[in-house]
Design a protein around this ligand. Structure first.
Ligand code: NAD
Ligand code: TYD
Length: 335
């Protein structure tokens, strides 16, 4: 199978490419990524001599770049997005362009040239926020996005379904909860907390720290997507989650203790505007239809993630200092 992966230089996309090339050595992967601040070729540097892998630096909102790549592929797996809620609050424009116009550009190419499957990666944030006793989100939950990020992802989801309904594009979608694991950009909560504490800096906790996320290890997410690509029913949506409900404060305390530090290293700061209180996913459909369930417990996953950051200081220090961008801007020309 020929896969076109968008956003494969980011956190989940790069983990997905590693996973797929290992699990399916017969597949080929083209990674289309613009290398925004969130894209880091170091995440796939070891694949450069793999004959089954090719990297193209380009914009998913540019039809001239997208069309020939979609024409030459069997399956599109679409991760590329602006993904950080705080950035979407400060400056939503890129979120509209990449998440909505970029998805539209890929869908237009898919309907023009035909693909066997277009799998769209989305988020549980399109469903809005839950109260403490509300049941978790599932495939039937009404959309109610609250941030510019989640609204742009919701728009993309609607476009994907519209292209399936109107033009018969063979799509599947997945809405996943918060991921964590290796190569997670250290502006997000878990890697920021780990790396700040490793640098003996305090870790910022927004508001009262009692917000709840349903954390899933990125490898379990990749395995779920693989199942959907192989056996997911066209036109269907799948909700993917970890079945975890810790508060942010709990997570930060666990990380601090693992690193031999106490709560005094956690610093309450001003809350995020419009901060979603709780997300949770009911993954019954993934389990019933595709026999998928998370395999990595939060305890094990957090421990191995902390260890990964301890062993990859060069990776995150270059990201935090910005050095990774200066170097790669020269090495990789944009298509
Ligand atoms: P990320 O920010 O780490 O990576 C995004 C990648 O997309 C980067 O490599 C970036 O360079 C690339 N990109 C951005 N704009 C582009 C453009 N115009 N053209 C081509 N490439 C572009 O994001 P992530 O955390 O890996 O998330 C990947 C996908 O998964 C996103 O669609 C996100 O909405 C979704 N998702 C993320 C989470 C999570 O917890 N991180 C949870 C559920 C769903
Ligand atoms: P984040 O990793 O940005 O993911 P999302 O907003 O998509 O869920 O944030 C996860 C949670 O951690 C969220 O409730 C906001 C909170 N948070 C902090 O408390 N401190 C921080 O420095 C960051 C980045 C996030």
């Amino acid at each position: 199978m020929k896969l076109l992966v968008t956003g494969g230089s980011g956190f989940i996309g790069s983990n997905f490419i590693h996973y797929m090339l290992e699990a399916h050595p017969e597949h080929t992967v083209v990674n289309l990524d613009l290398l925004t601040y969130a894209g880091n070729p170091q995440n796939h540097a070891h694949l450069e001599n793999n004959p089954n892998y090719r990297f193209v630096r380009g914009d998913i909102a540019d039809a001239e770049v997208v069309n020939p790549l979609v024409k030459a592929t069997d399956v599109v797996v679409h991760f590329a997005a602006e993904s950080h809620v705080d950035r979407s609050i400060l400056d939503p424009e890129n979120f509209i362009r990449t998440n909505i116009v970029g998805t539209y550009t890929l869908l237009e190419a898919a309907r023009t040239y035909g693909v066997k499957r277009f799998h769209h990666i989305s988020t549980d944030e399109v469903f809005g926020a839950l109260e403490p006793d509300d049941p978790p989100f599932n495939e039937e939950t009404r959309y109610d996005p609250k941030s510019p990020y989640s609204a742009s992802k919701a728009s993309a989801d609607h476009l994907v379904r519209a292209y399936a309904h109107t033009y018969g594009v063979p799509v599947t979608l997945s809405n996943c909860s918060n991921n964590y694991g290796p190569y997670h950009f250290p502006e997000k909560f878990i890697p920021l907390t780990i790396t700040n504490l490793l640098e003996s800096k305090k870790a910022p906790i927004y508001g009262d720290g009692q917000q709840v996320r349903d954390w899933l290890h990125v490898r379990d997410h990749c395995m779920a997507i693989d199942e959907i690509l192989q056996r997911g029913r066209l036109g269907h949506t799948y909700c993917i989650g970890g079945g975890n409900q810790p508060t942010n404060y709990d997570i930060a305390v666990r990380i601090a203790r693992t690193l031999g530090k106490d709560e005094s290293w956690l610093e309450p700061v001003k809350d995020r505007p419009g901060h979603d209180r709780r997300y949770a996913i009911d993954f019954t459909k993934m389990n019933k239809d595709l026999q998928w369930q998370p395999t990595i417990s939060l305890d094990m996953g957090l421990a191995s993630t902390i260890q990964w950051y301890q062993q990859h200081t060069d990776w995150w220090q270059k990201v935090k200092s910005g050095a990774y961008q200066q170097y790669y801007a020269l090495q990789y020309k944009q298509a």
